[in-house]
Write a protein that binds this ligand. Structure first.
Ligand code: PLP
Length: 409
């Protein structure tokens, strides 16, 4: 008899995006003629940069000949991609990393979800609230989150990020062993300044806290003062793992490629207090459970750093960030309060007249045919907010704002 991991049974059945899909589908049945504009799910809409496509075509051709064929690659990723990452993402910011500190993967969702494999089940967890649901759910699955009580997990410290505190998380009142930070933030679209990030690194250094820093949206940062990597802060290599993704940077949501940095200065502890290199454990975990991202995909990712690739990626990001600006201006003109959208592709809207997130979601769907994401789906502090994404195409974005203005004004 195979006994199951019963922690899975603790996960609530509802999954935010399937709940939204159900509501949108029933709207479509009753309103078959209305054109819905989807600004809900955070998937990109622009095609891959041509430099990436060219590189992948070349890589496919290599696979057709015995002399250039690639079978299993290194579990940690090809050195051509790791080199490009070090040279382009870190060295210009004064961050030195060794090849063996970077692990290429099939994306940041897998890595942020899987990283718990190398950590004990009874660490306490801290998250900023609202939060990317993967951090919570993956900890529930491993039994680390405790039990769900009134929308909160008992072993998770929720650090509210709301308009009232300018979306700046306060240091937790309770001990946390592992802390998840995501900046630029999904879902709020807000960022942390260098000083604010320094506060967290210093806190982690003083309290032996391990920071999981998710920088999946760093490419969207426009303000030169905002840090792109946690390692821009002194001492961070001793306390932080950083996750990055090519998904939103270069349209890789369907290609699948990302990477995780596990510095060799970073230690975990045995119950007896003995220090253990987390780099060694993650390497072991990957070698056992992961067989590398495909050669073709990694060649595509490498091309993101070529001169043409960089230019094309910049154009795509500018396109989305222009959408974000159009949306923010439009929403503010309607008299609604909107946050984020300046260094991130997400806008976080305060619902009007004290409406709940779901009520506002339904009003937008039924009255203006726009699909957003109810903020409460990202955690208790998301109640009273709704997320819109700037990943739509320009015409839809403009039309959505025109509809909103007509509706509100
Ligand atoms: N981290 C955050 C904060 C995200 O919002 C997302 C995707 O939406 C991911 C990670 C997942 O990225 P990937 O496509 O690389 O798995």
């Amino acid at each position: 008899m195979a006994l199951i991991n019963e922690h899975f049974l603790k996960l609530p059945n509802n999954y935010l995006f399937s709940d939204i899909a159900k509501k949108v589908n029933s709207f479509k049945v009753t309103h078959p003629k209305e054109k819905i504009i989807r600004l809900g799910i955070g998937d990109v809409t622009q095609p891959l940069p041509p430099a990436v496509v060219d590189a992948m075509h070349k890589a496919v051709d290599e696979m057709t000949s015995k002399s250039t064929f690639h079978g299993y690659g290194p579990e940690q990723g090809y050195s051509f991609l790791i080199d490009a990452i070090i040279k382009n993402d870190y060295a210009p910011r004064g961050i030195t990393l060794e090849q063996s500190e970077i692990f290429i993967s099939d994306g940041a969702k897998s890595d942020t979800g899987n990283i718990g494999d190398i950590l004990r089940h009874d660490n306490s967890i801290g998250v900023t609230d609202p939060v990317y649901p993967v951090y919570i759910d993956s900890n529930v699955m491993s039994g680390r989150a405790g039990v769900l009580d009134s929308g909160k997990w008992s072993n998770v410290v929720y650090i509210p990020c709301v308009a009232e505190n300018g979306f700046i998380p306060d240091l937790p009142g309770r001990r946390v062993d592992i802390l998840y930070l995501c900046y630029p933030n999904n879902p709020t679209g807000t960022t942390l300044s260098k000083d604010e990030l320094k506060k967290w690194v210093n806190y982690a250094l003083a309290n032996d806290v391990l920071i999981m820093y998710d920088a999946a949206y760093e490419a969207y940062i426009q303000n030169p003062e905002i840090p792109h990597s946690i390692y821009e802060i002194k001492g961070a290599k001793k306390v932080a793992i950083e996750f990055r993704s090519f998904s939103k940077t270069a349209g890789f949501t369907g290609m699948r490629c990302g990477y995780t940095v596990v510095p060799k200065e970073l230690n975990g502890f045995t119950l007896d207090g003995e220090r253990v290199l987390l780099n060694k454990l993650w390497n072991r975990r990957q070698c056992t459970k992961f067989n590398g991202a495909s050669y073709i995909t990694q060649r595509g990712a490498e091309a993101v750093y070529s001169p043409e690739g960089k230019k094309q990626v910049r154009e795509i990001i500018d396109y989305y960030m222009t959408n974000a600006r159009i949306m923010k201006e439009g929403i503010l003109k309607c008299g609604l309060n909107a946050f984020g959208g300046e260094d991130a592709p997400y806008l976080w809207i305060k619902t009007p007249k004290g409406l709940t997130s779901w009520k506002f979601f339904e009003k937008l769907l039924y009255e203006v045919y726009i699909v957003g994401t109810p903020g409460v789906g990202f955690g208790p502090s998301g109640e009273g907010y709704l997320r819109l994404t700037a990943f739509g195409n320009r015409d839809d974005t403009l039309e959505a704002m025109a509809r909103l203005k007509k509706w509100m004004l």
